[in-house]
Ligand binder design. Structure first.
Ligand SMILES: Nc1ncnc2c1ncn2[C@@H]1O[C@H](COP(=O)(O)OP(=O)(O)OP(=O)(O)O)[C@@H](O)[C@H]1O
Length: 670
């Protein structure tokens, strides 16, 4: 059996036993009180998370009020997924309900006929017709049940895929800044779970409908036999119903309480087994550390789940006790009606059968209804994400930009969420003009990449923290799609798309004929030295480049970077506006780097070019260099002027880059 550490022993958990033990000095040593130190853990706290409140308010009344809406919603999803199958399933369900009622009344009729006074043969003959009806109806119901299962089996995978696709589409419509906010990540996670549960909604809705129909049919028969029995039936079923809702609430809240842990499990799992880090997992022998963190998170989930299960069991036990009393009430009422002669023994027998059916139906409505309600909460998260993309849906202005003649940056500052004490950018004032190549250099973390994300409109200036007008129009007023059509951008962490080489460069809309783009792609590839790579591929431009898939060709890091740069250079044909290359040659050999820098210069006329680099020799090709430190531009000039300054950051960095005399260095020669 796996030896999971007890949750309170987890060293990462602030306040955990181990953390306290590690940081609390023993009395004989405790001369100076020390502040306890704790590592930060993966936490995903959500200020203002509404779901805990929603879960806590889950009550029988709320569930009953919401049930019709949820059933409609489930059917709506099914309708979107497959109209004909949904219509067929509804017809089958209705027919099944009718046949259920027929079975019940045929049972009642045959029982009352067989228990009448008179000769046995006559009584048996009289039951033949209702029994035949009963048999045919029961067989019909069974067949309809099979049809319902088959039809919903056809619909539910379509609902699942539709819900998933809608979610992915909504995700691509969110602002980039969304990814920096915990609330967005959380709402994505919740929506993802909602998409997973969407198909269950149909199953449960169909079960609720079936249970409701069965209850109504049986209750109708009970009420016609003796109206007194009906309230007794309802009262007897209430405890089980309330328990079902309470149990659903306990499990929903437990799932909510372990959101962090479940997310941490996925993260540790990914780090442990993803191909991207498989070499480091082995070489740095980190597996035991990752697995211990995984086990600790798992243990916390197990502890919470056990607690919820114990609580739910207690609620169910109480409900079982109350259900016993309820059963006493129902059967006591039935016996009293027989004893007082309100109904005959034959009717009582029929009522027994109908009462059992009605009780099962009612419990089905409430029990499945509670589950439906819980799924409905997840589905709300999904629907909310589709509407608002986690509150971060891209909603920009309508202005369609042309290739910018001038991009200005005025008093720009930028603070990432959660880093209020340290602005990524401060007081940036800058003008970029068409035809110019501007290099950006500076220390790690000085804000270079952040600046490129703002210039390209991937991030927007926050209110009160400056403006970036493109030809006089604030960047937020530009239509986002149209703006990005004017941008060719290679980020520092470029994508390695799992696509054939040709598509990996042109990234055109589906259906684009290869011959339409081939010449331009080849030209871009030549400029980025990617042509040499393609020449060596087993199927040339048609080779699938997908390092994470078996069968996909593996490129080296530098070869991928050539592909990424070729992509941007190709795009300059369609996007004659702004070319931004963030560290485009960091993995390249000198020959490839040289060729790309030439291409940048060649392509400069007619566009604004921004080149972020740590290799200061590369800045010689720039018309202007911006030197950044701690979010500010601290120097500006050409290579010649900046290199000639006796002091300043550029000079300092240049000297360090040229200086390779280090202690212990061996001198050349014998
Ligand atoms: N998504 C993010 N969320 C929070 N802070 C961020 C985020 N991205 C960057 N930062 C912070 O903003 C600051 C500037 O980062 P940026 O990536 O712009 O620096 P850079 O100059 O490009 O660094 P490098 O040379 O290492 O690429 C850093 O302090 C960094 O920690």
């Amino acid at each position: 059996m796996a030896q999971h550490p007890a949750p309170e022993e987890h060293p990462d958990r602030p306040g955990s036993a181990t953390a306290r033990t590690a940081s609390t000095p023993r009395p004989e040593q405790a001369e100076e009180p020390r502040q306890p130190e704790h590592d930060e853990t993966l936490r995903f706290d959500l200020p203002g998370d509404k779901r805990a409140a929603v879960g806590a308010s889950l009550s029988t009344g709320a569930m009953v009020r919401r049930l019709p809406y949820l059933v409609r919603r489930a059917l709506g999803l099914a309708w979107q997924a497959d109209r004909r199958a949904t219509a067929a399933v509804l017809v089958c369900q209705a027919l099944s309900g009718v046949l259920g009622a027929v079975v019940l009344s045929a049972t009642a009729a045959s029982l009352s006929r067989v228990m009448r006074d008179g000769p046995v043969t006559g009584r048996l003959r009289d039951t033949a017709a209702p029994i035949a009806v009963l048999a045919v109806s029961a067989a019909g119901r069974a067949l309809l049940g099979i049809a319902i299962v088959a039809l919903s089996g056809r619909i539910t995978p379509r609902i699942a895929r539709g819900a998933e696709l809608a979610l992915v589409e909504a995700g691509t419509r969110a602002e980039l800044a969304a990814y920096n906010t915990p609330a967005f990540n959380d709402s994505w996670e919740a929506a993802d779970r909602g998409a997973d549960t969407a198909p269950d909604l149909l199953h449960d809705a169909l079960d609720v409908i079936a249970a409701a129909v069965s209850f109504l049919a049986a209750a109708g028969i009970v009420a016609t036999l003796d109206p007194l029995l009906f309230p007794a039936l309802v009262a007897g079923s209430v405890p089980a119903g309330v328990a079902a809702v309470r149990t659903a609430r306990i499990h929903y809240l437990a799932a909510l309480a372990t959101t962090d842990e479940r997310r941490a499990l996925r993260i540790y799992r990914w780090w442990a087994v993803d191909k991207l880090h498989a070499d480091q997992v082995r070489a740095s022998t980190i597996a035991p550390l990752l697995l211990s963190k995984y086990r600790a998170a798992d243990a916390r989930i197990a502890a919470e789940t056990d607690r919820a299960t114990r609580l739910a069991a207690r609620v169910s036990a109480l409900a079982a006790l109350a259900t016993g009393l309820g059963t006493l009430l129902v059967w006591g009422t039935l016996l009293a009606t027989v004893a007082t002669g309100r109904i005959t023994t034959a009717s009582a027998l029929a009522a027994t059968f109908a009462l059992r059916t009605a009780a099962t139906g009612l419990q089905g409505v409430v029990g499945t209804g509670a589950r439906l309600y819980r799924i409905g909460l997840y589905l709300d998260d999904w629907a909310d994400f589709l509407d608002r993309a986690g509150g971060m849906r891209i909603r920009r202005g309508p202005v369609v930009p042309g290739a910018p003649a001038e991009i200005r940056v005025r008093s720009l500052g930028y603070v990432y969420p959660g880093t209020e004490e340290k602005a990524a950018l401060q007081d940036i004032d800058l003008t970029l003009r068409q035809g110019e190549v501007v290099a950006v250099v500076g220390h790690n973390g000085s804000g270079k990449s952040t600046l490129t994300r703002l210039l390209t409109g991937l991030l927007l200036p926050e209110p009160g923290r400056g403006e970036i007008p493109w030809d006089g129009v604030p960047i937020g007023d530009l239509d986002a799609e149209e703006l990005w059509r004017r941008v060719a951008y290679t980020p520092q962490e470029f994508a390695r798309w799992p696509l054939p080489a040709l598509e990996n460069v042109h990234l055109c809309a589906p259906g684009t004929a290869p011959e339409e783009v081939r010449a331009a792609v080849e030209e871009a590839a030549r400029r980025a030295s990617f042509d040499e790579v393609v020449a060596g591929l087993r199927s040339g431009w048609r080779t699938l480049l997908a390092q994470e898939w078996l069968g996909g060709h593996q490129l080296s890091g530098g070869e991928w970077q050539r592909a990424a740069v070729a992509r941007s250079l190709y795009r300059t044909r369609q996007a004659p506006g702004l070319l931004v290359l963030d560290e485009p040659t960091s993995d390249l050999d000198p020959a490839a780097e040289h060729r790309i820098l030439h291409a940048v210069r060649e392509l400069a006329p007619g566009r604004i070019t921004v080149l972020v680099t740590h290799n200061l020799a590369n800045t010689k090709l720039a018309d202007r260099i911006l030197v950044m430190s701690r979010g500010r531009i601290v120097q500006e000039g050409t290579y010649t002027t900046l290199a000639a300054e006796p002091t300043g950051l550029f000079r300092e960095l240049l000297d360090l880059q040229l200086d390779r005399t280090v202690p212990g260095q061996r001198t050349a020669g014998p």
